[in-house]
Design a protein around this ligand. Structure first.
Ligand code: SAH
Length: 341
C-alpha cells in the first residue's frame, strides 16, 4: 500500500515531500477544493514533482465500490472499501439547499446499542484521518454545491469519542479555509454518552456542535438500550453535560431514536424534561429505521407528535427527523450491514 496525502495538513504535505510550503498548499487545494486525486491532473505542479508523486504516493486510500442515489430525494450513499478489505458507508442527505454528510469514525462499534445495526458485528478498528476525510471528498465530488458548504455529522458507524484525537484532527482539516472551509458550527459530533469525551470536548476551542444520544431518561431503560449507561449512568452524564455547558457555553442536541412502545410515551417525554432541567438543549426525534432481526418497530407518527408537543409545551425545541434515505437504507446510524463486500 502506498502512502496517501489526504488526511494531512498542507504543512504536513510540504514536510513529507520536502517541498516549499506553497507547493504543499497547491496539492492541498487540488485534493480538498477540486477533489482531484490524480497527480497528473495537478497542472500547476512541476512535471518532476508530479512524477515523483505518481510513483511514491496514492491519490486516495478508499476505493469507491458503489454509489447509490435515490432519484426522489437526492440522497446518496457511498460504499467505500478500506485498504485492509474492511468497508464503511457514508451518506449525503439533501434537504432543499441544505446538504448534510453523515460520516463514520470507526469500522463497527463496541458500544452495542440494542437497536443499532452497527454494533451487531462488533468493533473492528478506528478509522484514520484520511479514511474519514475521504468519505467527505467522495460524497462531494461532482455534487453541485455552488458556494455552499455542507453540514457534517459524525453519525455514521462508530463512537467518535472513542477515536477522539483522530476525529479532532479531521475536524480541523474539514475547517481549513484553504481546503473544504467548513464552519465549525456546521459540524456535529454525536456521542452515546462517553463522559471522558464530553469533558475533553468542553475544552476544544472551536465551536463544533455536540449531540448526545439519550433515547431514555431513566437508568433501567437506558441501560438496556445503551449499555454504555451501565458505566456512565444518567446522573453522571448529566453532570458531564452541565460541566460542558459551564465550560464552553454551547447549546447541545439530544438525539432520541423513537421505538414503538419502548420510549415513545408522554411519560418518557416528561422524564426527558426532568433530565433536561438547567441544560440548554434542543431535541431531535428520530423514528427508528428498521434493522432486520432486531425486536423493535418505529414509533407511530402520532406518538412522536404527542412526545414533541409535550416538550414544546415546556418550551423545549424539538424536531422530528423524517428519514430521507430509507429506500436505500441510508439513514444515519444504519449503515453497511445490508452489503457483503
Ligand atoms: N455512536 C454515536 C454516533 C453514531 S449513531 C452515537 O451514539 O451518538 C448516530 C445516531 O443514530 C445515534 O443517535 C444512534 O442512536 C442513532 N441510531 C442508530 N441506529 C438507528 C436506527 N436503526 N434508527 C434510527 N436511529 C438510529
Amino acid at each position: 500500500m502506498s502512502t496517501t496525502l489526504t488526511g494531512l495538513t498542507s504543512a504536513e504535505i510540504a514536510e513529507l515531500l520536502a517541498v516549499k510550503p506553497f507547493q504543499g498548499r497547491q496539492i492541498f487545494k487540488w485534493l480538498y477544493q477540486k477533489k482531484v486525486f490524480d497527480f497528473e491532473a495537478m497542472t500547476d505542479l512541476s512535471k518532476p514533482l508530479r512524477s515523483t508523486l505518481k510513483t511514491a504516493y496514492a491519490g486516495h486510500t478508499l476505493e469507491l465500490v458503489e454509489m447509490q442515489v435515490c432519484a426522489r430525494t437526492g440522497t446518496k450513499k457511498a460504499l467505500l472499501r478500506l485498504h485492509d478489505g474492511e468497508s464503511v458507508e457514508s451518506v449525503l442527505i439533501r434537504d432543499h439547499d441544505r446538504v448534510t454528510l453523515c460520516v463514520s469514525s470507526q469500522v463497527g462499534c463496541a458500544l452495542k446499542c440494542d437497536f443499532c445495526a452497527t454494533g451487531l458485528a462488533g468493533f473492528t478498528r478506528n478509522l484514520d484521518c484520511a479514511e474519514i476525510i475521504e468519505q467527505v471528498l467522495f460524497l462531494l465530488a461532482g455534487e453541485p454545491m455552488g458556494d455552499r458548504t455542507p453540514n457534517i455529522v459524525f453519525m455514521g458507524m462508530g463512537e467518535p469519542f472513542r477515536n477522539y484525537d483522530t476525529v479532532m484532527k479531521t475536524i480541523h482539516l474539514m475547517m481549513d479555509k484553504e481546503g473544504l472551509g467548513i464552519g465549525a458550527r456546521k459540524i456535529t459530533v454525536s456521542t452515546a454518552g462517553d463522559i471522558p469525551g464530553i469533558q475533553k470536548f468542553a475544552h476544544e476551542e472551536h465551536q463544533v456542535r455536540l449531540s448526545v444520544s439519550l433515547h431514555a431518561a431513566n437508568n433501567t431503560l437506558r441501560s438496556r438500550l445503551v449499555p454504555l449507561n451501565r458505566k456512565y449512568p444518567l446522573e453522571d452524564l448529566r453532570d458531564a453535560i452541565l460541566y460542558y455547558q459551564e465550560t464552553c457555553g454551547r447549546q447541545i442536541t439530544f438525539e432520541w431514536t423513537v421505538l414503538q412502545d419502548v420510549n415513545d410515551s408522554v411519560q418518557d417525554a416528561k422524564e426527558l424534561l426532568q433530565f433536561m432541567q438547567h441544560i440548554q438543549a434542543s431535541v431531535n426525534l428520530i423514528p427508528w429505521n428498521p434493522v432486520q432481526g432486531l425486536p423493535y418497530a418505529p414509533a407511530r407518527m402520532d406518538r412522536c407528535q404527542a412526545f414533541s408537543d409535550t416538550l414544546a409545551r415546556a418550551g423545549v425545541a424539538c424536531t422530528i427527523r423524517r428519514e430521507k434515505g430509507q429506500d436505500i437504507d441510508a439513514a444515519c446510524g444504519q449503515l453497511r450491514r445490508t452489503h457483503a463486500v
